[in-house]
Design a binder for this molecule. Structure first.
Ligand SMILES: Nc1ncnc2c1ncn2[C@@H]1O[C@H](COP(=O)(O)OP(=O)(O)O)[C@@H](O)[C@H]1O
Ligand SMILES: [Mg+2]
Length: 241
């Protein structure tokens, strides 16, 4: 297993937000996380990444066989976990180019990756300063591709992005998580989506529903999404897949 979460409970500001979560993601797999607003999806990704403020009260997170529950965010990043945030901060005074060059672990130069994402003109601007919603998402993806992580956590990569740019973002994510390449792909992904649009670009292996901080069911991601669209989250959980 690349990522193994065992009986994980997490407290945010003194309140338990995630209860007894179990999740396994193998090398090369793409998993999709569905769930209503406020159900704890972002909290789960933040906890895997090791962001401060998300306190593990029970259980463990293993990555590449090692218990990372007490490791710092930078240690986890170095081990190969990367995240694109739902709402990343603005960093005034830091040029996007400088940030991307520092984290670049890709072997390709920053300009090439930026060109593919159509964000070359943002490289000389401060990180996220005055960026539109869609531009922020592209900038996040630029950083993630540069990091070349083995596990990529994508928190609503397509939210607030127009149709044309969803195509650009979708194709970059597709490339990032593509299977069936000549050399076996180790990289895995955990993707949160509300709109489901990103599913068109993923060869997703498994879908999970998180409701009120609990993992409720798992199955074929496209089927789960169709059921949610037709009948809502609760109904999907009721069928107890
Ligand atoms: N830093 C925080 N301080 C207080 N409450 C938080 C914090 N982070 C998350 N929460 C709360 O935890 C719950 C789950 O949030 P979140 O993980 O963002 O859900 P989702 O991503 O599924 O919409 C929400 O009710 C949210 O308000
Ligand atoms: Mg969220």
């Amino acid at each position: 297993m690349l990522l193994e979460i065992r009986n994980l409970s997490v407290e945010v500001q003194g309140k338990e937000m995630l209860h007894n979560i179990n999740l396994e993601i193998d090398y090369g797999e793409t998993h999709v996380l569905f769930g209503k607003n406020g159900s704890g999806k972002t909290s789960l990704l933040m906890t895997i990444m090791g962001m401060s403020g998300y306190k593990i009260t029970k259980g463990n997170i293993f990555f590449k066989g090692e218990d990372i529950s007490n490791l710092s965010i930078n240690e986890r990043a170095r081990m190969g976990i990367g995240m694109s945030f739902q709402r990343p901060p603005t960093i005034s005074g830091v040029k996007t180019r400088d940030l991307v060059q520092i984290i670049n672990n890709n072997g390709k130069n920053t300009e090439n990756i930026a060109k593919r994402l159509n964000v070359s003109e943002f490289l000389d601007r401060d990180v996220n300063l005055g960026f539109s919603g869609g531009e922020i998402k592209k900038s996040e993806l630029l950083q993630l591709v540069s990091q070349n992580s083995d596990l990529v956590l994508l928190d609503e990569p397509e939210s607030g992005v127009d149709i044309e740019n969803i195509k650009v973002i979708g194709n970059v994510i597709k490339n990032l998580l593509q299977k069936h390449l000549r050399r076996q792909r180790v990289r895995a992904g955990l993707v949160i989506t509300h709109t489901g649009l990103i599913l068109n670009y993923l060869e997703a292996d498994k879908g999970h529903i998180l409701l009120n901080g609990r993992m409720r069911c798992e199955g074929n991601p496209r089927e789960i999404f169709q059921t949610i669209q037709k009948f809502g989250y609760e109904e999907c959980v009721r069928c107890q897949r």
